[in-house]
Ligand binder design. Structure first.
Ligand code: 6PG
Length: 257
């Protein structure tokens, strides 16, 4: 019986630059893999600061494999309840760093309506939109989901102590420290995805990352256990520095203990 504490394969890169390039290459690799099989691919973007250089590199496509972005549908794993032009908007960050530079039909951009007065309504509408793009009776399955992790082990906008609405695919939440409203996909939806990549960098994440990989389910990121067991933790050495038993050699993939 595999006593593995947590799902996932971890890859450790020398520094944030190496991690950024590796993440951009992996995203294109997985999307192109899907586009060889299907007419379209579905991609869920994460917010925060870590992915921004990855998005910029994808937009520049410097020494990256070509990809037909017009066949990719873009979703968001979470959003702040702000206007899309707000500096806090996850959509706004992805639009300015990546999507505005690509040829993506507007119908392929599925934005969470963060500016809607009621986050619950916005969450329900987004669930409906997801099901309209990914129809079927079961839980929709995205081709690729990108995730970040907060220093407190939060994922998307699911924070330690967030009351998880188990049956929901998208829910309203809030930042514990500020009460700021959020909209977030739930583990129930995220775990159905074909591929999930966490991109985690910096020593400030080391403690939470080690705890999550030890299976501490008080940390929401530990609830990401995809049904297809196809989770990759892409980190730099600073973030991976407290993972027990990890040699920490740059770029050496290995199963998490
Ligand atoms: C958000 C993100 C969030 C993010 C983590 C890590 O809306 O902020 O979706 O879950 O991934 O907070 O953020 P950094 O990459 O900025 O550390």
């Amino acid at each position: 019986m595999n006593s593995r504490k947590h799902f996932g394969k971890i890859e450790v890169y020398h520094d944030k630059n190496a991690l950024t390039r590796a993440a951009a290459e992996r995203i294109i690799e997985l999307l192109n893999q899907r586009l060889r099989e299907k007419e379209r691919a579905t991609l869920v973007l994460t917010g925060g600061k870590t992915p921004e250089p990855v998005y910029r590199l994808l937009a520049l496509s410097l020494n990256l494999e070509p990809i037909d972005w017009s066949r990719v549908h873009f979703f968001w794993g979470d959003e702040r309840c702000v206007h899309p032009e707000s500096r806090d908007s996850n959509f706004g960050m992805a639009w300015h760093s990546l999507i505005s530079k690509l040829h993506v039909p507007s119908g392929h951009i599925h934005r969470m309506i963060g500016e809607m007065p009621d986050a619950e309504t916005a969450a329900s509408l987004y669930e409906t939109e997801i099901r309209s793009v990914l129809p079927g009776t079961g839980i929709p399955s995205f081709d690729l989901v990108l995730l970040g992790m907060g220093e407190d082990g939060h994922v998307a906008s699911l924070f330690p102590g967030t009351h998880l609405e188990e049956e929901r695919l998208v829910m309203a939440s809030q930042v514990p420290a500020t009460g700021a409203k959020r909209i977030s996909m739930t583990p129930r939806l995220l775990n159905e995805s074909r591929n999930l990549i966490f991109i985690v960098a910096g020593s400030s994440k080391a403690k939470a990352l080690a705890e999550v990989l030890e299976g501490n389910r008080d940390l929401p990121a530990a609830m990401i256990c995809p049904v297809r067991d196809n989770l990759i933790w892409m980190t730099d050495q600073s973030a991976a520095s407290l993972i027990s038993g990890f040699a920490g050699s740059a770029g050496i993939p290995g199963d998490v203990a």
